[in-house]
Write a protein that binds this ligand. Structure first.
Ligand code: HEM
Length: 499
């Protein structure tokens, strides 16, 4: 008995010992990873800490240091501490990247899932999301040029009328109208709105702008009842079943837009998704989420990109003259306005537009991704749950690639003018969440700019005999980098065509 008992005791104590060893090992490993993100010392010769600026608070981390234009602050830090830095923002760890090679390595791997706190109810990185994206990418762009030309002309007419009536106009209001109408017509098959006073216009703008808080504050936005997806929160909190979820959908903006698209006589993306839904299970919430993304990225990025282009043309009259001359030459040669496919014959415009996107990109950051596991990149350890963001602003202001980055110089893009914009700049993101509408986006900007320059002059605002140029200052809201409110004058000029 004694022998048996002592054997048992030994067995037990071995077991306890081995459990204790395992726990200690796990504790040590986790401790090491944690330590890497907490301390500022080198852990070993093999691994290094990702550099982090000093001065982080215990609770808010670096958030209190960001200032009004947080992208500029983060870029300054990246210039000082390197192309990979880590920040603590309101208790969460973030890594900011501005090195193209690192972004490609990391974002094209499968280690990341999408993370936006408000969106976690939908596993956006899963198969279903990929399928929706695939279907969206395959969505035909047939006839899109005609829609864009028509909507661009209407927007330009409104800018001219507005200038005649009020002396000056705020272009962002009308470029938003253009973007909203293109998306409603081409993606949802429903008629656009006619004025910026239309309640639907106001509701969409309000919703899009509400969706643009900095991503480190998005946890706070759960209670926001105006976001496209707010119904999801209520739905999941109350644990509604999918039927109820579908019904609650009808009261939200995205739900109403989706219902209108389903009722539309015209073929559209939502109806094609519905057909596809029969074969692959796609939840109603996934459709809502995708529409949310189309509206937020599509409306605001386009509206902001075109507004910046108009502001830059106004501030650089010599550039405006050169763009106009090139378009006029094209019109005289072909007796028509240029189409998107004619860009080879507009080399100055192409270089100019690329420089606009570099100089004032509509978004400063990509969508945040989250490390789904602990892993090693180069000699850095990146721990599970860390959010990773690409800093587009820092990339576009990299002096090695763009000398004198604060100067507006279309000439810097002359050498590679036939390449697509996406190759030269980083405005459309990377990997699995890269913007799926690059061609459409480039076309939207092209028609709104070339058609305006073919018949108008953009002049600085002039009140009571003064001349006031747009400031080109950025009004940053979350990842969006819109211009600070400015007014210009859009005036008819003598056109070389009767158009
Ligand atoms: C100049 C215009 C545009 C710019 C600069 C732009 C930029 C971006 C960026 C940076 C992202 C995130 C990519 C990433 O995190 O890697 C994105 C995503 C997205 N964009 Fe665009 N975009 C533009 C226009 C549009 C338009 C016109 C549409 C639709 C009609 C659109 C639809 C989307 C969608 C649906 C996503 C989300 C994709 C996903 O989550 O899987 N974008 N865009």
């Amino acid at each position: 008995m004694t022998v048996f008992n002592s054997a048992l005791t030994i067995q037990k104590s071995e077991k306890v010992l081995s459990i204790a060893c395992t726990v200690a090992a796990i504790y040590l490993t986790l401790g090491c990873v944690e330590k890497l993100f907490e301390g500022n010392t080198k852990l070993s010769d093999e691994f290094e800490l990702i550099p982090s600026p000093p001065g982080a608070h215990r609770s808010s981390g670096h958030a209190h240091q960001l200032g009004r234009n947080h992208a500029h602050t983060i870029t300054n830090w990246q210039q000082e501490f390197g192309s990979i830095i880590r920040l603590k923002l309101n208790s969460k760890d973030y890594i900011f990247l501005s090195d193209t090679a690192a972004v490609k390595d990391l974002f094209e791997q499968q280690k990341f899932s999408q993370t936006k706190e408000r969106d976690t109810v939908v596993s956006a990185s899963d198969d279903k999301w990929e399928k929706i994206r695939k279907l969206y990418n395959a969505d035909p762009l047939f006839g899109i040029d005609d829609i864009l030309k028509n909507e661009a002309d209407q927007c330009i007419n409104k800018l001219i009328e507005g200038t005649e009536r009020m002396k000056n106009v705020v272009p962002l209001c009308f470029t938003r109208l253009y973007a909203i109408n293109v998306i409603l017509t081409s993606k949802l098959g429903i008629p656009g709105v006619t004025t910026i006073k239309d309640p639907l216009y106001k509701e969409i703008v309000k919703t899009v702008v509400t969706n643009l808080q900095p991503f480190w504050e998005t946890q706070k936005t759960h209670s926001d009842s105006h976001t496209f997806c707010s119904f999801l929160k209520t739905a999941f909190e109350k644990k509604q079943d999918s039927k109820q979820l579908y019904e609650s959908n009808a009261t939200t903006l995205s739900g109403r837009l989706i219902s209108a698209a389903r009722r539309s006589q015209q073929d559209n993306f939502i109806r094609r998704l519905d057909t596809y839904k029969l074969k692959v299970s796609i939840a109603e919430s996934d459709i809502q989420m995708f529409l949310n993304r189309i509206m937020t990225h599509g409306v605001e990025n386009i509206a902001v990109a075109i507004s910046w282009t108009y502001a830059i043309l106004c501030c650089h009259p010599e550039v405006q003259t050169r763009v106009a001359l090139e378009i006029d030459c094209f019109c005289i040669k072909h007796n028509r306005l240029p189409n998107f496919e004619d860009q080879r014959e507009l080399p100055y415009y192409v270089a100019f537009q690329k420089e606009c996107m570099r100089f004032r990109p509509p978004e400063y950051f990509t969508e945040p991704r989250q490390a789904s596991t602990n892993f090693i990149y180069k000699n850095y350890i990146i721990s599970k749950g860390t959010t990773i963001v690409v800093n587009i602003h820092a990339m576009h202001n990299n002096e090695r690639i763009f000398p004198e980055p604060e100067r507006f110089m279309p000439e810097r893009f002359f050498s590679n003018r036939n390449k697509k914009a996406a190759v030269d700049q980083h405005v459309f993101g990377w990997g699995r969440l890269k913007c799926p509408s690059i061609e459409m986006a480039e076309k939207m900007v092209f028609y709104a700019v070339t058609r305006l320059i073919a018949k108008c002059i953009i002049e600085p605002q002039g009140l009571k005999g003064t001349t006031e140029y747009p400031s080109l200052e950025v009004n940053q809201r979350g990842s969006s980098a819109a211009p600070a409110a400015f007014q210009i004058r859009i005036v008819n000029r003598e056109s070389v065509l009767d158009c």
